[in-house]
Design a protein around this ligand. Structure first.
Ligand SMILES: [Mg+2]
Length: 161
C-alpha cells in the first residue's frame, strides 16, 4: 500500500532520480498527475518533462481509469502510447503496459496521485511506485473518501520506520 517514493509533483522527479533507481520505463497516470481532472490543457512544463524523458531514452506509457476518448487525446498530444478505462488497481492494464514498455518489472516506475489505484496497482505488479500530490482536489465524493484514507496511510507511513 505504501509508495516507494513520494514527490510533490512530477516536475520534482528528475531524469537522474530515475536513473539512480535503474528505472528505464515509466507508466504515468493522467488525471491530477499531469493534468487537472476537469481540464484538457497540458502545460508547457508537462511537455518539457516528457520531452526530457524521451531524450534520455525512457520508454513511456500513459494509463488511466478515465474514458478512452480523453485518454486518446493525451496520447496523441504527447505522442505516447496510452491505455484508457484501465480499472486500476486491477492488473490487466498494467500487464498491457508491461508489454508495451518491454522491460523487466524492477526497471519500471508507476507515477500517480492515488494510493488505491496507481500505487496499489503498481506495487502488485512489482513496479517501483512514485506518489505525487494531486494537481487539484477531485470533486467526486468517492475520491474524497479515498483521499481521507490515503492521508491516514501516509501519516502512518511517516512514523513507520
Ligand atoms: Mg490520478
Amino acid at each position: 500500500m505504501y509508495p516507494d517514493i513520494y514527490f510533490e509533483s512530477i516536475y520534482d522527479i528528475q531524469v537522474k532520480n530515475l536513473q539512480e533507481m535503474n528505472i528505464k520505463g515509466v507508466i504515468v497516470d493522467i488525471d491530477n498527475t499531469i493534468v487537472p481532472w476537469d481540464n484538457k490543457k497540458l502545460s508547457d512544463e508537462v511537455f518539457n518533462w516528457f520531452k526530457e524523458l524521451i531524450e534520455n531514452n525512457f520508454e513511456l506509457c500513459l494509463i488511466s481509469n478515465g474514458m478512452s476518448k480523453r485518454v486518446e487525446y493525451f496520447s496523441n498530444q504527447l505522442d505516447i502510447p496510452a491505455i484508457g478505462k484501465a480499472v486500476k488497481p486491477r492488473k490487466k492494464a498494467f500487464i498491457q503496459a508491461l508489454e508495451i514498455l518491454d522491460l523487466k518489472r524492477p526497471e519500471i516506475a508507476v507515477i500517480g496521485d492515488q494510493i488505491f489505484t496507481d500505487i496499489l496497482g503498481g506495487n502488485r505488479m512489482g513496479f517501483t511506485t512514485i506518489l505525487v500530490d494531486p494537481l487539484i482536489e477531485n470533486e467526486f465524493i468517492t475520491t474524497k473518501i479515498m483521499r481521507y484514507f490515503e492521508r491516514l496511510i501516509i501519516k502512518r507511513g511517516m512514523y513507520h520506520d
